[in-house]
Design a protein around this ligand. Structure first.
Ligand code: HEM
Length: 445
């Protein structure tokens, strides 16, 4: 007879998680104390389940019908309710298969090359001014959003709007700051703030504008391309597919956000870790000097950037931009030897599983070479892109693009970040630096 997961002995724990700043301490405590997970009682509601065992996590994330996503509510629904990151069921299935070709094979190379060109341009502009101070997170956002719009939507949104997007994302981050309530299926949203409504309107407006322009280009017989927006607009022309305009708008907004935010964060974290680990940075630089030519880095260079890839993988372990994935139990569900009660909110936390010494030797140490000894794809406890049917569709893009950016920038620059730059991270659906990351960029010797 399956049993419930154990409850924490100390009910005060639940209070701890209410405070954003304590969330990680709470998760690390749960991770250390419970081998498989815990079901925290919540008065008047099904429990909050935190899974700590990678096998159970994988089993839960594999079963999307029994453990679906928590419905988008309140502010989250305002930006992109019907987009692929928030949808479930038939709608999700239809969207995921319509979009898969935009993320396969040749498209990965195209994405990597576009990212390489953007990184090259950024490096050239850094080279013009010698040493400079900048907000690293802002710089990475501006670069990745332009790549995402160009590759996925067929148009570069330009520098000004990329900067504007960074502001909108900061506002959305404040709006979505994590509280355990947010993970609850029956959560009642608080009213949205005026500044968030403006940001959400901005993102929707920009999405509509991009769609209109793409439609006009296609109507004029312009470059058809195989970007995601073209695939969607083509699919909409098919009378058998029901795809209202709002759905396309939500999809574009989704990809503008999902396509750049986590990548910008991961680059910010990797460059920070490299700045604190000079030997690792030296090795990335040495490798990049051998592998890259004078022009923009390209997809073909990736084979010669093994150490850089490892450094990026390792940064995704220590600072996973998606710090946890949320699900809910639809009906009483067996999971391993346990029974998960209908309606339970479920957290599968990358943050604390990635730092568990049962699965990683010296887990707090930034050690890119651990990925020479182990195959990241074969380690259940390592899941920065999640796992199961909802696993990240952009994984190949992120891994290839980010590796080229790191190689190009580190080859020519020391990006130095203060030791405490990542002490104040905001726990939103992603893990975000509270006030940006101040960095000094100097030409490398
Ligand atoms: C370092 C970079 C990235 C990280 C860490 C990351 C992480 C994730 C994670 C953890 C999920 C699973 C969410 C869930 O299970 O509910 C996910 C899903 C998704 N990601 Fe990413 N992602 C990254 C880059 C990208 C890029 C570059 C794109 C698009 C170009 C993208 C698009 C998506 C989409 C559309 C989904 C939803 C997939 C579905 O539900 O079928 N991501 N990502």
């Amino acid at each position: 007879m399956p049993q419930s997961l154990p409850a924490p002995p100390d009910a005060g724990l639940l209070n701890a998680v209410r405070f954003g700043s304590d969330t990680f301490r709470f998760l690390e405590g749960v991770q250390a104390r419970f081998e498989d997970g815990t079901a925290i009682p919540v008065p008047g509601r099904p429990p909050l389940v935190v899974l700590t065992n990678p096998e159970l996590i994988e089993a839960a994330l594999d079963r999307r019908d029994e453990f679906p996503r928590v419905d988008a509510q309140g502010s989250a629904a305002m930006i992109a309710e019907q987009g692929l990151v928030q949808s479930e069921g038939d709608l999700w299935e239809q969207q995921r298969s319509a979009m898969a070709p935009a993320f396969a094979g040749r498209q990965v190379a195209a994405y990597a090359n576009t990212t390489g060109r953007r990184a090259h341009r950024l490096a050239e502009s850094w080279a013009e001014t010698g040493t400079r101070e900048l907000n690293l997170h802002r710089a990475m956002t501006a670069m990745t959003i332009r790549v995402a719009s160009e590759i996925l939507l067929g148009e570069d949104i330009g520098r000004e709007r990329a900067d504007q997007f960074h502001e909108w994302m900061a506002v959305a981050g404040r709006e979505f700051e994590f509280d355990v309530e947010v993970a609850m299926p029956e959560w009642v949203p608080t009213p949205t703030s005026g500044e968030f409504e403006t940001a959400a309107e901005g993102i929707r407006g920009l999405s509509e504008e991009l769609i209109e322009r793409r439609r006009a280009t296609l109507a004029d017989g312009g470059d058809a391309g195989s970007d995601m927006l073209t695939l969607l607009l083509r699919a909409q022309e098919n009378p058998e597919v029901e795809m209202p305009d709002e759905q396309i708008r939500d999809e574009v907004a989704t990809f503008l956000i999902a396509g750049h935010e986590t990548t910008a964060l991961s680059l910010t974290y990797t460059l920070s870790l490299l700045s604190w680990n000079p030997e690792a940075r030296r090795r990335v630089r040495e490798e990049a000097r051998e592998a890259l030519g004078d022009g923009p880095p390209e997809h073909d260079d990736l084979d010669d950037l093994e150490y850089t890839k490892r450094a990026y993988r390792e940064a995704l372990r220590l600072y996973p931009p998606a710090w946890a994935v949320f699900r809910q139990a639809d009906g009483d569900q067996p999971l391993g030897d346990y029974l998960i009660e209908d309606g339970s909110a479920i957290i599968t936390p990358q943050w604390s599983v990635h730092r568990d010494d049962r699965y990683f030797e010296a887990p707090e140490t930034f050690d890119p070479d651990r990925w020479a000894r182990r195959d990241p794809n074969a380690v259940d406890a390592y899941f920065p892109f999640s796992t199961g049917p909802h696993a990240c569709i952009g994984r190949g893009f992120a891994l290839s693009g980010a590796t080229l950016v790191l190689a190009r920038l580190v080859r020519d620059f020391d990006v130095d970040v203060p030791e405490d730059a990542l002490d104040d991270l905001r726990i939103t659906p992603t893990l975000r630096p509270a006030d940006g990351v101040d960095a000094t960029v100097r030409p490398a010797e």
